[in-house]
Design a protein around this ligand. Structure first.
Ligand SMILES: Nc1ncnc2c1ncn2[C@@H]1O[C@H](COP(=O)(O)OP(=O)(O)OP(=O)(O)O)[C@@H](O)[C@H]1O
Ligand SMILES: [Mg+2]
Length: 151
């Protein structure tokens, strides 16, 4: 058992496929943190997660809205992008906007550390070249360890 796993993709399509694999392993109440530079592929990976969860709407960048909610009967996906925020003057309470039994995906998670739960699946995305990306999966907490094990 290793709580770190690395996956590589060679195209955006492969990243969507990887997101799909991740999405199939997610359960209600899970939080996924996506770290990586601009255009690393955070939103692209989230598209695949949404497909696996049966989200019908196309997932795109929530950059200008901070939070997008995808509410299906079976599953709720909360997609946050904290790029424009920081801990300074951050007074919003995530619980007011999300239903705790949903799945939460957060881009730029470390911009607002006060919002982060104690346990999560962290996915660090590294840009290798124009089309190549490395994804490092790190589990913080037992239920996330299971996700990493099955990947
Ligand atoms: N292997 C790959 N995986 C993901 N995206 C790739 C890959 N190769 C090229 N790309 C391109 O990189 C871009 C990734 O954009 P995306 O919106 O997913 O990034 P992001 O990490 O969400 O950025 P931002 O911080 O601006 O929200 C897209 O234009 C995509 O086509
Ligand atoms: Mg994005």
């Amino acid at each position: 058992m290793n709580n770190i796993k690395i996956k590589k993709t060679n195209s955006a399509e492969e990243t969507i496929h990887l997101g799909h694999q991740v999405g199939l392993l997610l359960k209600p109440e899970m939080t996924i943190l996506l770290a990586g530079d601009l255009a690393a592929g955070k939103t692209t990976l989230t598209k695949g997660i949404g497909l696996a969860l049966g989200i019908k709407a196309v997932i795109n960048s929530p950059s200008f809205t901070i939070l997008k909610r995808y509410l299906e009967d079976e599953v709720k996906l909360y997609h946050l992008d904290l790029y424009r925020l920081d801990d300074e003057g951050m007074d919003f309470d995530l619980e007011d906007y999300i239903n705790s039994d949903g799945i939460t995906v957060i881009e730029w998670p470390f911009n607002v550390k006060s919002l982060l739960p104690k346990e999560y699946l962290l996915i660090e995305i590294e840009i290798i070249s124009e089309n190549k990306r490395n994804f490092t999966f790190k589990a913080k907490g037992r239920k996330y360890q299971e996700v990493v094990d099955y990947l």
